[in-house]
Design a protein around this ligand. Sequence first.
Ligand SMILES: Cc1cc2nc3c(=O)[nH]c(=O)nc-3n(C[C@H](O)[C@H](O)[C@H](O)COP(=O)(O)OP(=O)(O)OC[C@H]3O[C@@H](n4cnc5c(N)ncnc54)[C@H](O)[C@@H]3O)c2cc1C
Length: 321
Amino acid sequence: MADNSRPGVVVLGAGVSGLTTALCLVDAGIAVRLVSDRPPHDTTSAVAGAIWGPYAVNDDRVIDWSMRTWERLRQLSGRSDSGVRLLSGVEAATEEVTPPDWAHQVDGFLQVGPRGLPSGYVSGWRYRAPAVDMVTYLGFLTKCLADRGVVVEMVGRVNRLDDLLPMSSMIVNCTGLGARELVPDTSLHGIRGQLLVVENPGLREFFSDYPESSTPTYIVPQGDLVVLGGTFVEHAELVDPDLHVAAEIRARCARVEPAVADAPLRAIRVGLRPARPRVRLEAVDLGEAVVIHNYGHGGSGITMSWGCAEDARGLVQQFLS
Ligand SMILES: Cc1cc2nc3c(=O)[nH]c(=O)nc-3n(C[C@H](O)[C@H](O)[C@H](O)COP(=O)(O)OP(=O)(O)OC[C@H]3O[C@@H](n4cnc5c(N)ncnc54)[C@H](O)[C@@H]3O)c2cc1C
């Protein structure tokens, strides 16, 4: 069992998983230290699109985590400083497909025929989903933590989880792809994603194609900006922007929504989705310490963030009691 002489918990990682988990813990009255080698705005989480939707992740708990997160993000969409907006939009396929099971559970679900879809798409459905401006949202979570007395401590790269033992005997590991070397966990790999941020020519609804492919096409309005995506390349781990790919992304999105063809470019973002055969959310009792792992969320780390954080908190509480 954990040594209780060092009370509280240290959360490692300041992406969406670490920040959300730290917030859940501190709101449950648990003392938290949050440490990382990169600040929130320099994580994979800051690259994400980001639209709610289970995507590129395998786990029988995905729908439960995602639906709980949907509700938490819906609540946050009522706060203008959160960066979360509830948007209506369309998901569409170029072949006849049946909607995924989760689609029937979300607000405003409605199947749409070809006449309600962009040219070239034959089946689809409408629904409402939280869209998250990640730069604002990560800043919002950071401020929520600071208001509760928790700051992100930049400690440099942690090479072994044991190195955190002087801080606490309860460690929550939210290191995303970094867990591959840290744990180590060879089942993790990166899935490269690239997207464009352009000025918003007046769009208010999201679009996403279906099913998953190496060239996902999605359009997510974020206030004055629009995110255009994207790519999905397994085991490709360079994070330099590719201008040729950027032009392809824009051309695909412009076929769906011609107004984005000439929208001024603001940024190109590239990141690596932390993929794993299954999300790792479990407690490991090492004797002198307990490690709660919360990583490997693939393309759905924002979508599942609150559900996973709540379950991580549950595991912490089990061991603390
Ligand atoms: C292009 C793109 C688009 C995406 N779109 C969406 C979307 O629309 N919806 C969605 O739900 N998801 C989306 N994702 C996936 C999502 O971004 C990830 O699942 C999520 O960000 C993972 O968050 P995380 O906090 O677990 O990891 P990260 O954001 O990678 O954070 C890990 C943290 O751990 C720290 N760390 C790691 N290793 C160490 C170490 N050894 N020592 C110290 N600190 C360490 C890092 O510095 C960082 O602070 C997208 C991803 C990409 C790349």
